[in-house]
Write a protein that binds this ligand. Structure first.
Ligand SMILES: [Mg+2]
Length: 383
């Protein structure tokens, strides 16, 4: 019997030939409030990456309501990509997205949000060129659906509870996150406790303090949040306070989550070594793309820490990019907050990402499976 012949394989290369940027402004359905900033519109940096045989990949760069979170802005990111990052990827092989990620990182180590936009465009193009969803390039999904929490507003207790009740009844979400840190701690905790009293039986509740408290304030008020039924407390103290986080973790009845404290794989290693957190929030923006998110998740998993899929309020494109990497992470025990498309009044995809019963459904198209609607691009493009 002759040996069956294996199909011929060869290594392909596909050079990147051009990179274009567009700034878009998309209104939100309601203001989104952080401890420092309030967003009314989301600025989106849309990056179009073209390859030698005409395959196009799209990437999205966003920041949460301006430079307060990490120092980058949409306008600065566009200039950085046009002037400094595009030249380091043009001529390079798009079918080596991991190597490209390192190359982009070396060119602008301090600008992860801009890098993430460009790196996601490269992953999208690679997937499209090979006819595969990006999650398959990354080893395949652990799950095809991702639970999605919803960020409740900062309106009156009655209004917020009514919104949550409606979403629970519609089956749209089963978990909620509340922003804290914008008010005096006593009043803030009173407000959150009243909301939790009405909802904690039926929904999983988290709060995000965005580092607005010091260690004493957190020590004083974390027990009240745990008593009220808050399951997860995100970034109670500033990013640099690993010792504070570690001490608070010893006494907190709620799980503590690091967000601003974990940007890089080295940050994740520091959190593990300091026993400073129960969960890390993964975001492609703050970490510079899919590649670094996977390295952070591997360190968290090795350290026995859970992962959560965070958002920077992306359109369907950035949401799909996040979903493609998050679904490949085994330790994603705390779900996601990929609610960006619900908070934006419109989308830039011909077919937005799909949600069902509180979960985001993973797509199966090539790349991130998102087609950009050119009319919407023209409509929201900043002049
Ligand atoms: Mg956060």
């Amino acid at each position: 019997m002759p040996e069956p012949t294996a199909p011929e394989t060869r290594r392909r290369t596909l050079p990147i030939t051009a990179v274009e940027t567009h700034i878009l402004d998309i209104p939100l359905v309601r203001p989104h409030k952080f401890s420092v900033a309030t967003m009314h519109t989301q600025g989106v940096l849309l990056i179009r990456l073209v390859t030698d045989d005409g395959v196009v990949g799209w990437g999205e760069g966003v920041v949460p309501g301006g430079p307060w979170w990490g120092g980058e802005s949409i306008e600065g990111m566009a200039a950085l990509v046009d002037r400094y990052l595009a030249p380091v990827v043009v001529g390079q092989d798009v079918l080596r997205p991991e190597a490209l990620a390192r190359r982009i990182e070396r060119a602008a180590p301090g600008a992860p949000f801009a890098r993430a936009g460009l790196e996601t465009a490269a992953w999208d193009a690679a997937g499209r060129a090979l006819g595969l969803p990006v999650h398959q390039l990354l080893g395949g999904p652990h799950r095809d659906r991702l639970p999605v929490t919803w960020a409740l507003g900062t309106d009156s207790v009655g209004f917020v509870v009514e919104e949550a009740r409606r979403l629970l009844e519609e089956g749209r979400h089963r978990s909620f996150k509340l922003k804290m840190g914008g008010e005096e701690p006593a009043a803030d905790v009173r407000r959150v406790s009243a909301i939790a009293d009405a909802l904690a039986e039926d929904a999983s509740l988290a709060v995000d303090i965005n580092g607005a408290w010091d260690e004493y304030t957190a020590r004083r008020w974390l027990p009240s949040l745990a008593d009220a039924g808050i399951r997860l407390v995100e970034q109670p103290v500033p990013a640099a306070g690993l010792g504070s986080l570690a001490r608070l973790r010893q006494q907190s009845g709620s799980a503590l989550m690091a967000d601003e404290s974990v940007w890089t794989p080295a940050d994740a290693l520091g959190l593990v070594t300091a026993h400073a957190t129960d969960v890390v929030s993964l975001k492609i923006g703050k970490s510079g793309g899919l590649s670094a998110v996977r390295r952070i998740a591997a360190i968290a998993e090795a350290g026995g820490i859970g992962c959560y899929g965070g958002t920077t309020i992306e359109t369907s494109l950035g949401t799909a990019a996040s979903a493609h990497v998050f679904c490949t992470i085994g330790a994603l025990d705390f779900g996601t907050e990929l609610f960006g498309p619900f908070l934006l009044s419109d989308d830039i995809a011909t077919e937005p990402v799909r949600y069902e019963a509180g979960e985001l459904i993973l797509g199966s198209g090539p790349g991130f499976g998102i087609t950009i609607d050119e009319e919407k691009l023209a409509k929201y493009k900043r002049r």
